[in-house]
Design a protein around this ligand. Structure first.
Ligand SMILES: [Fe+2]
Length: 200
């Protein structure tokens, strides 16, 4: 039987140094947390494969079942961080491109309404993510609140703008109750060109 070749490598994001309002120290800690998700995704995949190879893959096997339930948490913890880190640059990229602006206007009637909606979701209390997705079947955009990493993700939708709303994304730069300040900082660093490149 072939060895399992599935193994993710943590990506690096050196371009993020010097973000506005998000310190390099918070980012360094955040990269370590992200690497934890990559490592656990690999460990989980390998362990589940090992059980399957031994004929232990069964919903009646609590170890197999609970690790399988955990897959979405770890995988999304890895992938959402890659969208988040890959979607910022120091000082942001100014105005959105024509394609992204048109997609937002087509779905929200205006860019300002789209932004206000995204900010509203980003400011929601709780631990999770604010994500603007594109429905690949019609090109429409919609913004969603993701609880933890895996609850409310929409199957098949493409993540376009991804904001980490866990407290580790902004503490100790800001107090836990100062999410609004972090949201402002995040918005000032959004790389709209990167967001646009994710559109179908
Ligand atoms: Fe995070």
């Amino acid at each position: 039987m072939a060895e399992l070749a599935k193994k993710y490598t943590p990506k690096s994001f050196p371009h993020l140094k010097g973000l506005k309002g998000i310190s390099d120290g918070v980012l360094e800690s955040h990269f370590k947390l992200y690497e934890g998700y990559v490592n656990r995704t690999n460990k989980l995949t390998e362990t589940l494969f090992g059980l399957a190879k031994e004929g232990q893959a069964s919903g009646a096997n609590p170890a197999y079942a609970e690790m399988t339930r955990r897959l979405g948490f770890e995988y999304n913890g890895m992938v959402l961080h890659e969208y988040y880190f890959g979607g910022m640059k120091p000082g942001g990229s100014g105005n959105p491109g024509a394609k992204l602006k048109a997609a937002a206007e087509g779905s929200f009637t205006s860019w300002d309404v789209y932004l206000a909606d995204l900010k509203a979701v980003a400011a929601m209390p709780g631990i999770g993510w604010a994500v603007t997705y594109q429905d690949p079947s019609n090109g429409w955009l919609s913004t969603h609140w993701i609880t933890l990493h895996e609850i409310n993700n929409i199957a098949g939708f493409r993540p376009i703008v991804v904001m980490d709303a866990w407290e580790h994304a902004f503490v100790p730069d800001y107090k836990p109750f100062e999410r609004a300040k972090y949201v402002e900082a995040y918005f000032s660093n959004i790389d709209w060109a990167a967001a646009e490149s994710r559109l179908k």
